[in-house]
Structures are given as C-alpha cells and as structure tokens.
Design a protein around this ligand. Structure first.
Ligand SMILES: [Zn+2]
Length: 283
C-alpha cells in the first residue's frame, strides 16, 4: 500500500469516526462549564438524564445563599431556579434565617463523578437543615460543616439541633405545588408526623430516605415543555405517617454505628438519545 493511499484511509476513518453520534454516556458531563443553548428541557429521569438550556441560580438572594460555589453545581431548569428563589422569599418572610442551598445540577445536568445518583435532569436541589449561619462571603461558604439533626444511634431527631424552624423550613418547601417529592431521614419525617398541623396534606410529598439528616432533597415534577422528561409515580395517598414509615426503623436500638461506607461511583447507564445533542459543544 502506497503512502498516499494510507493517508487517505486514515483521513477516511477519521471522517467516519467524527460523523458518528457521540453516545451520551461516553461524555464527561462534569467537564461542561456552561449550559447548552436553546429552550430549557429536562431530559430523561432524575437518575439518568441531562438538561438543555439550564439557568444558573444567583449565588445569593432573599432568604438564601448558595454554598460550595466552586463545585459549579448551581444550575437547573428555570422552574427549579424559580422554586429556590420563591422558597428563599418565604424563608425570609417567616424569619427563619438564611437557607443554605447545596447542589442543584451541573450546567448540562448528567451524572456526576461522585455524591449523587440523581440531580441529573435539573429538577433536584439539596437544602441544608442548619439555619444558624448569617449571610457569608462566597469564599466562606466553601467548607461549611454539615450538621446532622438526628441521633443516629437512637433514630431520633436531636432536640439540641432540630427545632420548629427546621420543621417549618421543610413545610415551606413542600407547600410549593411544583414539588413532587422531598427526601428526608425517617426519624425527621416521624418528628414531622407527630406534630399537630392544621393542614397535613403536604406531608404526603415528604418521603423517608436514609441519609438526608443534615439536608433535605427537593425534587420537582416534570415541567411543561419537556416531552422527554420521565416522571415518577405520585407518592401513595395520605400523609405517609403509618406502617410504611415504621418499616424504615431498625428493630433493635441503639444501632451499632460503623464507619460510613465509601460512596460508590454511579452505575453506568444508557442515557437518553436526546442527551447527545445537549453534549455538543457550543459553536
Ligand atoms: Zn440530593
């Protein structure tokens, strides 16, 4: 084979490779510094999807401040950004202090190298439960201590930390009709269940889940204009304070606490085909 032919073959092979659509799961989603352009669309499911046309949550606003800005995980569907901003206004109006907003999603969503299985489609947000910090400089929000509200051995809310303010904080989030679910440690859900609320309907969306004892996780429904967004089933009817909640509690207390297991890297999944277009670099 002559040299010219060889070069031609390589060039042809390269052209063929470049023409192949990039499989979305081969993309390093945490490498994107900016959102994709175009209409906002949540694509796929919360734990296997991506986000087109994301908006950025301003680093601080009425009643909230974003923590750990260097992680670049403060992007979401505009409905999620609006949810956090309205939530902050309610927090301020209730005199609860300044809410600490943790991870939302990456600029184009998608899986993260560590830390979350979900938060992929721009509809999930973590909100810390501690309310004792004043507005801080951005750099001072990088290495804050997450404070658990649960006595982990006895599976009870810790009365030195958990108070009416935390209960009200969760209620204010759950009252937003866009919220599909809130994940919260079973011991904290039980504490909410024991309270005497005039309206208990919002308790339905507060779902028990391990972890979630120093933050709660808010998940919004699929927004309008996102035909590829995969919704979740609605939570079971009722306030979720009965046998299902009881099933989350260990039979023997106190629990013998071992070291926290190292987080596992997220499983590789076949991502929705529509995410390949979101991963195309901005031209
Ligand atoms: Zn979360």
């Amino acid at each position: 084979m002559g040299r010219g032919t060889w070069r031609g073959t390589v060039a042809g092979l390269l052209a063929w490779l470049l023409a192949l659509p990039l499989a979305a799961q081969e993309v390093n989603w945490s490498a994107f510094a900016t959102p994709s352009t175009g209409q906002p669309r949540s694509i796929g499911s919360y734990a296997n999807g991506c986000l087109a046309g994301a908006a950025a949550l301003p680093p601080e606003g009425t009643g909230y401040q974003v923590i750990r800005l260097s992680r670049n995980r403060y992007y979401g569907h505009p409905e999620l950004i609006d949810f956090v901003e309205r939530f902050g206004e309610r927090v301020a109006a209730a005199g609860l202090g300044t809410a600490l907003i943790g991870d939302l999603g990456q600029p184009r969503g998608g899986p993260m190298p560590a830390g979350h299985a979900s938060h992929q489609s721009g509809l999930d947000a973590d909100i810390w439960l501690r309310l004792d910090l004043p507005p801080l400089e951005r750099s001072a929000r990088e290495n804050l201590e997450a404070v658990t509200m649960v006595d982990r051995a006895w599976y009870e809310a810790d009365p030195d930390r958990w108070s009416d303010a935390q209960a009200e904080l969760i209620r204010l989030a759950a009252m937003d009709p866009r919220v599909e679910r809130i994940f919260l440690h079973p011991a904290l859900k039980l504490e909410l269940c024991r309270r005497d609320w005039p309206d208990r309907s919002w308790l339905r969306v507060v779902r028990p889940w391990y972890g979630h004892d120093e933050h709660f996780h808010v998940r919004l429904r699929c927004p309008e204009g996102s035909p590829d967004c995969v919704p979740q089933d609605a939570p079971p009817p009722g306030d979720g304070c009965g046998p299902e909640l009881a099933s989350w509690f260990p039979n023997v207390l106190p629990v013998v606490l071992g070291p926290t297991p190292a987080p596992q890297p997220p499983a590789r999944k076949i991502m929705p085909a529509a995410c390949a277009a979101v991963a195309v670099p901005a031209g």
